[in-house]
Design a protein around this ligand. Structure first.
Ligand code: ASP
Length: 308
């Protein structure tokens, strides 16, 4: 372990949410309690110092590029310190997989950055936040841990594969057919796969101001799809389009035709699948490039790619 300190960065979410009744798990207000408050009452980790910093306080459905940059900057700041072993980020579940992918793409950290949150607000009689946070701290303090991951409901997921798969259940996250990185049991890891690794796609310093990020939108293929959304987006100045195709990234012919016309107009198109599991398998005859990511993650990768 590089150091003895774990820094917990708060961004809001249901884990910091409050409801009027202890039995109301949907009619609550997200992002109400400070991150220092969330840490109160958690069991101390032997020999570890925990420091808290509030980066923002939002419902993660409202996540935006400016918050991502601010969070990445705070992560980079703390990761560079020798006395810091790892980071925990408390975050709403709605866009947690996007933030995890963004941070891994940008930082590819050699120390652990563990995102966590909750499906029930802090005021719930069955709040899951405290256990998730204790598990995330345990992961961040594990010698040899590295990369951006999500600790949730006793399971650890890597940034590349993690996705929110359920709107209500406590075990809301999955790694799909890739499988989880580890299980977290009584503060110990039962590791199944290697830690997230690789090189950053871009450096923090090379990012444009958030207002200047290339606009990339997602369109879907489905029965009766047309090309009209694509044409409207191209006319509106979109720089990139990710299409969530059916099955192995197949597209309704009307949508495909509009996307093929968008490319010579300077729009970069990437093909993914709307299937919850698996990634598109490219073939020699592909006219639109496939990418082995979920649609929301392919969008982030394309934004970073287009940010020359
Ligand atoms: N809407 C909430 C958010 O993403 C849901 C959650 O935190 O679980 O912040």
């Amino acid at each position: 372990m590089a150091g003895k300190k774990i820094v917990v960065l708060g961004t809001g979410g249901t884990i910091a949410g409050r409801a009027a009744s202890a039995f109301d798990n949907v009619g609550y207000q997200s992002a109400q309690l400070g991150v220092a408050k969330l840490l109160q009452g958690l069991p101390a980790l032997a020999g570890l110092e925990v420091e808290a910093e509030q980066v923002t306080q939002i419902d993660s459905k409202d996540m935006d590029f400016a918050v991502w940059v601010a969070l990445a900057q705070r992560c980079a700041h703390w990761l560079a310190r020798e006395d810091v072993a790892g980071l925990v980020v408390t975050h709403g579940t709605d866009t947690m997989e996007e933030t995890a992918f963004f941070l891994q793409a940008l930082l590819a950290p050699a120390k652990p950055v563990v995102l966590t949150g909750a499906m029930r607000p802090a005021t719930s009689a069955g709040a899951d936040g405290p256990q998730n946070l204790a598990d995330a701290l345990a992961v961040a303090a594990t010698p040899g841990a590295r990369g951006v991951c999500v600790a949730f409901a006793g399971t650890l997921h890597g940034a590349h594969d993690v996705a929110k798969a359920h709107n209500y259940r406590l075990a809301a996250f999955t790694s799909g057919d890739a499988g989880p990185l580890a299980y977290i049991e009584e503060g110990r890891l039962r590791q199944l796969r290697a830690w997230p690794a690789g090189e950053p796609m871009r450096t923090l310093a090379s990012l444009r101001a958030p207002a200047d990020w290339p606009r990339v939108e997602i369109v879907w293929s489905y029965a009766g799809a047309t090309g009209s959304t694509v044409r409207a987006l191209v006319a509106d100045g979109v720089r990139g389009l990710v299409v969530a195709g059916t099955g192995n990234g197949s597209l309704h012919h009307a949508l495909e035709e509009a996307l093929l016309h968008a490319q010579p107009a300077g729009v970069v198109v990437r093909r993914t699948t709307r299937c919850a599991e698996g990634v598109v398998i490219a073939t020699a005859g592909d006219r639109l490039a496939a990418v082995g990511l979920s649609p929301v993650k392919a969008r982030i990768a394309l934004i970073l790619e287009l940010m020359h």
